[in-house]
Ligand binder design. Structure first.
Ligand code: ADE
Ligand code: ZN
Length: 339
């Protein structure tokens, strides 16, 4: 349709996609076979009997943690540098087809390290995928190291120190920032406070998942304890008008993932995602895919779902696209090129 092609052609930036969340059941089963990784037994877990059965199960996530239990099993098939590169490349091909010009992508090294995959293998594989996208598509890409909240903060510290000592956060290094993801309600809201303070003092860019399932106090912790420059999700801002005002004043970008919010039961329908409210209040946000292989669609699917529910004007779409360019962690020249 006309609007679909307008949204496809609109220069888009993606700021909230987990590379491990781009692992399709097809690639999962093929890597499991190649790497000799045992997935759960189909006799006791019938959803692991085929790609179709997994897709069917993905239609019925009950919460963030229910989804995460599949996400962390899925990524256990990744072993070799080539696996990481192939996964990233699959994402970039989809993103390019959807009209993404600039992508900032998350990954969770702690989970891979705990399974015995060296940090270097993970980063070199993902980086190779990023470089291929830059070479073949002229896309710009940034890798963001995410700390996971269900594992000890001391593990996260070790990964940060290793990345820092390798020079990965330096100009021209593999990494461009840090994030925090995984379970929200349960772990302490400020569990990575020391790491974020160190990152801040070293000039490392910072974002954090907050206010997805958790109340606005999680967003406050990300802003105050982490000095986070962006908030990933942030939809629970709807419960605090004063905090929403602060986010507007401080020009914090929210990376909103509408389809994810429906799949993980944060809202019943896309029309309840506060797109209209954020536009009217002047909250800056980008629209993103989160874990596209698990939620049934990449970034354009999210743009189209928002359009279907809200019927935004061309001007409003241009504002959304412009805010997402300006909120990107990329050089000024590149921003001007994309505008
Ligand atoms: N890791 C992958 N997807 C996530 C999400 N939606 N929230 C928190 N952690 C995640
Ligand atoms: Zn996420």
């Amino acid at each position: 349709s006309k609007i679909h092609s307008f949204l496809q052609q609109l220069p888009k930036c993606e700021h909230h996609v987990h590379l491990e969340g781009c692992l399709t059941p097809e690639l999962m089963f093929s890597l499991a076979a190649r790497n000799g990784v045992t997935l759960p037994d189909p006799d006791t877990r019938p959803e692991f009997s085929s790609a179709e059965a997994l897709y069917e199960r993905y239609e019925h996530f009950t919460s963030l943690d229910d989804f995460l239990s599949y996400y962390f099993i899925g990524m256990s098939v990744l072993k070799q540098k080539d696996d990481y590169e192939a996964l990233a490349w699959e994402y970039f091909q989809k993103a390019h087809a959807d009209g993404v010009h600039h992508a900032e992508v998350f990954f969770d090294p702690q989970e891979h390290i705990n399974r015995g995959v060296p940090y270097e293998t993970v980063v070199m594989g993902f980086k190779a995928g990023c470089q291929r996208a830059e070479r073949e598509y002229g896309m710009t890409t940034k890798l963001i190291l995410c700390f996971v909240k269900h594992l000890p903060a001391s593990d996260a510290s070790k990964v940060f120190d290793l990345a820092w000592e390798r020079g990965d956060f330096e100009l021209g290094g593999a990494l461009h920032g840090i994030g925090a993801s995984s379970s929200e309600v349960g772990p302490p809201k400020d569990m990575f406070k020391e790491i974020y303070a160190t990152a801040h003092s070293k000039g490392v860019q910072r974002t954090a998942h907050a206010g997805e399932e958790g109340d606005p106090s999680y967003i406050i912790a990300a802003l105050d304890a982490y000095k986070s420059q962006r908030i990933d999700h942030g939809i629970r801002l709807i419960d605090s008008p004063s905090l929403m005002e602060r986010v507007v004043q401080e020009e914090i970008l929210l990376t909103v993932c509408p389809v994810s919010n429906i799949k993980l039961r944060c809202f019943d329908h896309i029309s309840q995602v506060p797109i209209r409210m954020f536009l009217d209040a002047g909250v800056k946000f980008s629209i993103n895919s989160d874990d596209p292989a698990y939620f049934g669609g990449f970034i354009l699917h999210n743009y189209c779902a928002v359009q279907e529910a809200f019927g935004l004007s061309v001007t409003e779409w241009r504002t959304i696209a412009l805010n997402s360019i300006q909120g990107s962690w990329v050089e000024q020249d590149r921003k001007l090129e994309m505008e």
